[in-house]
Design a binder for this molecule. Structure first.
Ligand SMILES: [Zn+2]
Length: 259
């Protein structure tokens, strides 16, 4: 009792403050269940319609490169490891002509410090291949059709937007070789090329028919460095765009058929 009497003031203060806090707590606490009722009511009526408003899918274009990663290029030597491709009367094959060119492309790129994978036509590494770009090198028939059967063709993948790479390759190759672009004979074999289906989505890829083995034979067999130089220049033009952020390999990824 002496303890209580001596500390009466303190005890009264404690009792009063406790009561005040409890009162404040109960005054501001919502009646149980109110929150649930509010949530149920609003989602059923006012808000639900706004949540399902359709927003059209918008392709990502021109996004600034964040981390493009190390540059790595895949070069397919057409028909390598599988068949000879087109064959000339004297035995010259498409496979040997384009392998010679592909080897020069690879060493020229390596000289410029680019990591390169030299790939066979049905190379197992093509499955899910990830790189900055892929170029498959082929050549056209050795049969004589007419005087128009000369020139090169380029087709880009239908699975990943490869237009920037195609444009670079076309300009550079025309300039280096003075061949004309044979656009009207681009076939489904080129646009739906097997490697395009196998590599990772988002990797720009083109197939180039470097010329006709018949009328362009001189150029393809006697000046392979000039031919390879055209391909290297085209790739370099594209890699420059990647480096400067004009093109971005990863933002080029679109669903199949979308680009
Ligand atoms: Zn071929």
């Amino acid at each position: 009792m002496r303890f209580i009497r001596r500390n009466l003031a303190l005890l009264v203060f404690l009792a009063l403050s406790s009561a005040t806090m409890l009162a404040a707590y109960f005054y501001f606490s919502p009646v149980s269940g109110v929150a649930e009722v509010v949530a149920a009511g609003s989602s059923a009526e006012t808000l639900s319609a706004k949540f399902v408003k359709p927003v059209p899918a918008k392709p990502v274009v021109g996004r600034v490169a964040q981390s493009p990663g190390p540059v790595r290029v895949g070069i397919i030597a057409g028909h390598k490891g599988n068949d000879s491709g087109a064959v000339c009367a004297d035995g010259l094959t498409e496979a040997e002509v384009v392998e010679n060119i592909a080897a020069r492309v690879v060493s020229a790129l390596q000289t410029r410090g680019v990591a390169v994978d030299l790939l066979a036509e049905f190379d197992p590494r093509l499955d899910g291949y990830v790189g900055t770009a892929l170029v498959s090198i082929h050549a056209d028939s050795c049969d004589y059709f007419n005087e128009q059967a000369t020139g090169f063709k380029i087709a880009g993948s239908g699975y990943t937007d490869s237009s920037a790479l195609s444009i670079c390759a076309e300009d550079a190759y025309r300039q280096a070789t003075q061949l004309s672009f044979h656009a009207n004979t681009v076939t489904l074999d080129m646009t739906d090329y097997q490697a395009f289906r196998r590599i990772a989505v988002g990797v720009p890829a083109i197939i180039i028919e470097v010329g006709f083995l018949n009328l362009d034979r001189e150029l393809l067999t006697r000046q392979p460095d000039r031919v390879a130089g055209g391909i290297v220049d085209g790739l370099w033009c594209y890699l420059d765009q990647i480096r400067s952020g004009v093109s971005n390999a990863s933002s080029a990824a679109v669903p199949p058929g979308g680009g």
